[in-house]
Design a protein around this ligand. Structure first.
Ligand code: ADP
Ligand code: ZN
Ligand code: ZN
Length: 741
């Protein structure tokens, strides 16, 4: 038997398995996924590598083969099943095996760091008092002491509890088991408005929730592990449905992973899971130290927890018997990695679920076009929740046509209707949110008189203004001269849209001097806890108006907000990207969803230069199906995903001329190895044409079949390897990219 090792050096030439002899003292001790130390290269330098398998026949002469030196002591082994997943990722997304292995191992080194742990109370006041009385009646003094302290403080330092209150680890463990408290290694989540009381209640599911849960449970019982998409409007009770599905899986002795975008990982959400699953829930997120994350992963692999909640990388939690993966807000961009391998968590979760015979549940109020499309083709199973759990109505939406405002002589950023409604809220002492849509801003040119936007004649995406006065298409490289008058109506009000949150804040203060205003953007949240502070201040009623970018629209519940104003709905509509319409629809629906979450009904004003656009029309009616029909027709017509697949090949090099020549060769080669079904576009110059003196070129390939694009990728990887002598460029692959380059 020989050991197959992937060397821990990222280089295309070394991206293959190297065989090593297993020395006597390691026989029977090696397992797939372990990190080992081996002699490598001519000088036999001690190098780290991962064991990915065993083979019986030597690939090279046995006397040339070297021996493994030892198992790397301080390292964490990769689970054998995750090694398989890494192999899948490498094939599906490109890059080297070592990059893929490192991706499935989010915590690489063991760490003995001492944790500062604390005890967090999970019970509300009433429940807690009842508990306390119970412990007292049973004469359980230590438990009662701890319960009383938790009721006073809500959170206790672990060390303090054991030393000062003389509580043993057993007592803490017992209360954790009973769902009274959670042991946390740090304050981990955002805490805008805690209301512990209202979730102590039992709920009975709505008929729609029942139907979704039943379907899942029946399939699961018959070992039909499928992919489900829960399309449910905000507040329709998706989270309750996930939790019940998870309970079902956990009852069968299996575990679950819940992916939530980091920005939506709020205190309330996490608490809901704690209440249902007690101490057998764990969280992982980017602001934890390596030691804390190591601990959580360790607990998972030892079977000490059943549910792991976290952002993208939590997908690689090494559970012994994974039974379910849930992806909440599955349409979010953050599920796509921007580092090689550029994997999408949704697809990778599907691959992991298949490897481990688990189910996958996706959920969103505004599903990605990909997922909804797969429901139509029968690949996924669609579960719909069309009503809110408490039957609250959705907010009333008004659309303000900013072209008309301009024609009437209103040049301010506020339409008359938004102005009036803001004033009304201030008089009634209710809160408002102003959302400035700056996502995907890539310098498009539009007319404020008629709404016309200059687009690429070949790609039907908007052109971007570059500093040299030219308008450029980021897909095909098409260029034209910028204009001074509108080609459609002749107006001079044509140009880029410029307005920042800071300017909006000043304008609001000028118009409404008495209003208390908070602003949330990259500037005001840069400082530590800046984000939490603003959210918390606003939720405690310390301001009347919150102004912000997309940061303010995600997942926060502000019951006193009754008005949401969307200032530049069009901004994301014209990012020069085929996903612009989808992104706009999602943002508008989410932003609108912030209004009227409490007792009072909400209102929304969408300001736009293009009220006819289907994304805006559908969003104002909160009509996903109408949006989907239009958008999928566009994608099919233009051959964009999910109708076809798109592969972006990013080429980089330090010498501009050389890169241009090499990109030419690469295109020629690509044409030679591509079948007729592949359309090749470019090479084009990306919006950012140079980073740190490294030049960039981009080639796009379109094809109905994903597999064919993978073939091309494999050919190109070989081509680069063989010709690395004279082609001094690097390539990266991005399948179905979320962002343009
Ligand atoms: P979503 O995840 O779709 O936004 P949630 O699961 O957060 O929806 O539900 C919204 C609110 O309604 C939560 O406070 C939740 O506890 C409550 N809720 C959900 N389902 C029910 C139900 N069947 N009965 C009572 N309340 C419910
Ligand atoms: Zn174009
Ligand atoms: Zn015009």
């Amino acid at each position: 038997m020989y050991a197959d090792i992937i060397i821990d050096i990222t280089h295309e030439k070394l991206d293959k398995v190297f065989q090593y002899i297993i020395p006597e003292f390691l026989k029977g001790r090696l397992e797939v996924g372990m990190e080992v130390i081996v002699p490598f290269g001519r000088s036999s330098k001690e190098t780290r590598g991962y064991l990915v398998g065993f083979s019986e026949t030597p690939g090279v002469a046995a006397d040339k083969m070297k021996e493994i030196l030892q198992i790397a002591e301080d390292s964490v082994a990769i689970e054998a099943r995750l090694v398989k997943l890494a192999a899948w990722m490498r094939e599906a997304y490109g890059g080297t095996m070592i990059q893929a292995l490192k991706t499935v191992l989010p915590v690489k080194r063991k760490s003995k760091e001492q944790q500062k742990r604390k005890l967090v109370c999970l019970l509300g006041e009433t429940e807690g008092r009842k508990r306390l009385d119970f412990y007292l009646s049973k004469n359980q003094k230590a438990r009662a002491r701890l319960m009383a302290a938790l009721l006073d403080e809500r959170e206790l330092d672990y060390g303090l509890a054991t030393k000062k209150l003389h509580i043993t680890a057993d007592v803490i463990g017992a209360l954790e088991e009973q769902g009274v408290l959670a042991v946390e290694s740090k304050r981990v989540y955002r805490n805008p408005a805690i209301s512990l009381e209202d979730s102590d209640k039992e709920i009975s599911y709505t008929p729609q929730q029942h139907r979704a849960i039943d379907r899942f449970v029946q399939d699961y019982r018959q070992e039909r592990y499928q992919i489900y998409l829960i399309h449910g409007i905000t507040g329709s009770g998706k989270t309750e449905v996930y939790m019940e599905m998870i309970r079902n899986v956990v009852d069968r002795g299996r575990q679950a992973i819940v992916l939530i975008p980091e920005i939506a990982l709020t205190y309330q959400t996490v608490m809901r899971f704690y209440r249902k699953f007690g101490g057998r829930v764990s969280i992982i997120h980017s602001r934890m130290s390596a030691g804390e994350r190591y601990d959580q992963m360790q607990r998972a692999s030892e079977g000490k927890i059943d549910v792991m909640i976290g952002p993208r990388s939590a997908l690689f939690t090494p559970f012994p018997n994974l039974g379910l993966i849930v992806i909440d807000e599955e349409h979010e961009n953050t599920y796509k990695s921007e580092q090689t391998p550029r994997y999408h968590a949704r697809e990778t979760a599907a691959a992991r679920a298949k490897l481990e015979h688990a189910s996958l549940v996706l959920g969103s109020a505004t599903p990605s076009l990909e997922s909804y499309y797969r429901c139509q083709t029968g690949e996924y199973c669609l579960l719909e929740l069309t009503r809110r759990a408490h039957n609250q109505p959705l907010p009333a939406v008004y659309t303000a046509d900013m072209r008309r405002e301009l024609a009437r002589g209103n040049r301010s950023v506020f339409s008359d209707i938004l102005h009036d409604k803001l004033k009304e809220r201030l008089e009634r002492n209710e809160q408002s949110m102003l959302f400035l849509n700056r996502r995907g801003y890539a310098g498009f040119i539009s007319c404020r008189s008629c709404g016309y936007v200059i687009k690429c004649p070949h790609c039907d995406v908007s052109l971007s203004a570059h500093n040299n006065g030219k308008l450029v298409c980021h897909y095909c490289g098409h260029e034209e001269q910028s204009v001074r008058v509108c080609p459609s109506c002749g107006s001079k009000h044509i140009g880029g849209f410029k307005a920042g949150t800071q300017q909006i804040e000043e304008l609001v203060k000028r118009e409404f001097p008495s209003a208390r205003v908070l602003r949330m953007d990259l500037d005001t949240t840069r400082k530590k806890d800046g984000y939490e502070k603003i959210l918390s201040a606003f939720s405690h009623g310390e301001a009347d108006i919150l102004i912000g970018t997309q940061m303010i629209v995600k997942g926060h519940d502000f019951p006193r907000v009754t008005l949401v104003g969307i200032l530049a709905a069009d901004m994301s509509l014209y990012s020069s990207d085929y996903r612009a319409g989808e992104r706009t629809f999602q943002l508008l629906v989410q932003a609108a969803g912030r209004a009227g979450r409490g007792v009072q009904e909400g209102e929304v004003v969408i300001q736009t230069y293009n009220p006819e656009h289907y994304s805006i029309q559908a969003a104002s009616k909160q009509d996903y199906a109408a949006f989907y029909e239009e958008e999928i027709a566009f994608r099919k017509l233009m051959g964009y995903p999910p109708a076809d697949n798109l592969l972006a090949i990013l080429m980089t090099g330090e010498d501009e001329k050389h890169l241009e020549t090499a990109a030419g060769y690469l295109k020629e080669y690509t044409m030679r190895v591509s079948g007729e079904q592949i359309e090749i576009i470019g090479p084009a110059t990306p919006y950012v044409s140079r980073i740190h003196d490294v030049y960039r070129k981009i080639l796009y390939l379109k094809c109905p079949k994903y597999g064919m694009l993978i073939d091309v990728k494999n050919y190109l990887e070989q081509y680069i390897q063989i010709n690395s002598g004279f082609l001094t460029l690097k390539i990266q692959f991005d399948f179905n990219p979320m962002n343009i380059f």
